[in-house]
Design a binder for this molecule. Structure first.
Ligand code: 6PG
Length: 232
């Protein structure tokens, strides 16, 4: 049995305003984690929504040497393919700041979903609770690469990383952290923009059992969304 999701919605009149708040929340989380433990363990979202946010993070004044970057999911494509979530994050942000390369933990999805999921599970074995997890929302309510109709790995003790072979969003083969592992986090922040997400937002708020609802960290999740998506 998993905890019910505690979900806090924050609404913004524009994408820019939403990104400004997201930058502030990430900066606060980093400062707190680095003060408390000397490290900031951040999980990145993929897709297009976070690109502009990542570009804005280049200007952050922080101790980049303390940042440890993980990925919530990855598409099974060649290591430097432009379609990879890790390539987007590097191009938009990570190649422009001095985060030590050994502290950017890409999912080795070029190995294929099964082998990469096993390898990433091993990488995360020594990692405890994430400080902050960033997630997107798909039009069908998916998050990371947890899609409707699949096993989301919700139960405690689920595999850390799951192979995905039938994703309805190309490419079909992916690797995703499980819902359980994504929930082992002090803070989870969803970023939701774009008219195409309207139905997923309404379904989520109506209580539908979508993958995004399977993310149930102890302190709940924060959803930053464009306010226009909640207007009928
Ligand atoms: C991916 C992402 C996926 C994404 C949502 C939203 O690999 O595509 O991990 O979960 O976050 O599909 O995508 P957009 O931000 O492009 O709308």
């Amino acid at each position: 049995m998993t905890n019910p999701q505690l979900c806090r919605w924050y609404l913004f009149p524009s994408v820019q305003a939403l990104q400004t708040e997201a930058v502030s929340m990430i900066a606060r989380a980093a400062e707190q984690a680095i003060t408390d433990s000397g490290a900031f363990r951040l999980v990145l979202a993929g897709g297009n929504t976070p690109r502009a946010l990542y570009e804005r993070l280049r200007a952050l004044k922080t101790d980049w040497a303390a940042w440890h970057i993980y990925f919530g999911d990855e598409r099974c494509l060649p290591a430097v393919d432009s379609g990879r979530n890790s390539t987007m994050a590097r191009d938009a942000w990570l190649d422009h700041v001095p985060v030590p390369q050994k502290q950017v933990y890409a999912i080795p999805s070029e190995m294929g979903a099964k082998a990469a999921a096993a390898a990433y599970s091993a990488t995360l074995r020594q990692v405890g609770e994430f400080d902050l997890v960033l997630l997107g929302l798909g039009e069908d309510g998916h998050t990371a690469s947890l899609f409707p109709g699949n096993d989301w790995g919700r139960e405690a003790g689920s595999p850390v990383a799951l192979p995905v072979f039938d994703a309805p969003k190309a490419p079909a083969e992916r690797v995703s952290l499980s819902a359980w592992r994504l929930s082992q986090a002090k803070q989870v922040l969803f970023l939701v923009t774009g008219e195409s997400k309207r139905d997923a937002v309404m379904n989520w708020r109506a209580g539908a059992n979508i993958p995004a609802r399977a993310i149930t960290p102890l302190h709940g999740v924060d959803v930053l969304a464009e306010s226009v998506l909640l207007k009928g």
